[in-house]
Design a protein around this ligand. Structure first.
Ligand code: ZN
Length: 242
């Protein structure tokens, strides 16, 4: 059965769209938790800890629409191309995902139809209805403080693929507020940028993916505080003519 993403403030007054692919760790019961423990499902391999809270707060603070994924990326990752080997990951950060091992074509197609396409269709509708106003498309993600055994000191990351204009501006604003910013680090938009390429770059809209280190935003008050700071930065750069 199709699972629709969460859509907030579709008629919001602000001319931008927040997109949060990895907001949820929900796995439909028929997948039996993909064979994983509840502990694994609470970790970053299943979702972006804190990202949904940041996106919800941003949507509320700025009165802007937001689309939040309603399923775990382990079911199918909406921020991957359909031919990506990690679209339905068999291993994530060293953890094997038993329910994703050698899945058949029928299961794969069902996951695309029921979870992947409804997410992108929802973003598409929101972006297209605003196209005449040239909206800004803003991806919200978080990254783990430790990955592959290595610690990360960065607090923010700004990611881009082919168009770095908004990434440069928002990243510079974060630095001006005293944060340690990774520029296409610890992930590069050159490797994974499916959602923003599809809904931002394709329409020649200003776009960026912003990531926050998840240990900074694992509680609601911090999610709200970071959203307020991001909103301040967005207002600052829009005053300069974005
Ligand atoms: Zn993410």
């Amino acid at each position: 059965m199709t699972l629709k993403p969460e859509i907030l403030r579709p008629g919001g007054s602000k001319n931008l769209v927040f997109v949060c692919d990895h907001a949820s760790n929900y796995i439909p019961p028929k997948y039996h938790a993909l064979g994983l423990t509840p502990e694994h499902l609470s970790e970053h391999i299943a979702w972006d800890i804190g990202a949904g809270g940041i996106a919800r707060n941003l949507s509320a603070i700025l009165d802007a629409p937001a689309v939040l994924g309603a399923h775990s990326r382990l079911v199918i990752d909406t921020n991957r191309d359909l031919d990506s080997p990690t679209l339905i990951a068999e291993v994530s950060d060293g953890v094997e995902i038993p329910g994703n091992r050698k899945i058949n074509e029928r299961d794969r197609n069902a996951r695309i139809r029921n979870y992947y396409e409804p997410f992108h269709a929802a973003v598409d509708v929101l972006v297209r209805t605003r196209l005449p106003h040239h909206p800004l498309v803003f991806g919200v993600h978080t990254f783990s403080p430790v990955f592959g055994g290595k610690s990360r000191v960065l607090e923010f990351a700004v990611l881009w693929n082919q168009d770095d204009r908004l990434a440069q501006r928002i990243g510079t604003a974060f630095e001006a507020h005293g944060y340690k910013v990774g520029w296409n680090e610890p992930y590069s938009g050159k490797s994974f940028f499916t959602t923003l390429d599809r809904h931002g770059h394709r329409h020649a809209l200003p776009h960026v993916t912003v990531e926050v280190r998840n240990d900074l935003v694992d509680e609601e008050p911090e999610q709200r505080r970071f959203a307020e700071m991001i909103a301040v930065c967005l207002r600052e750069i829009s005053l300069k003519g974005l």
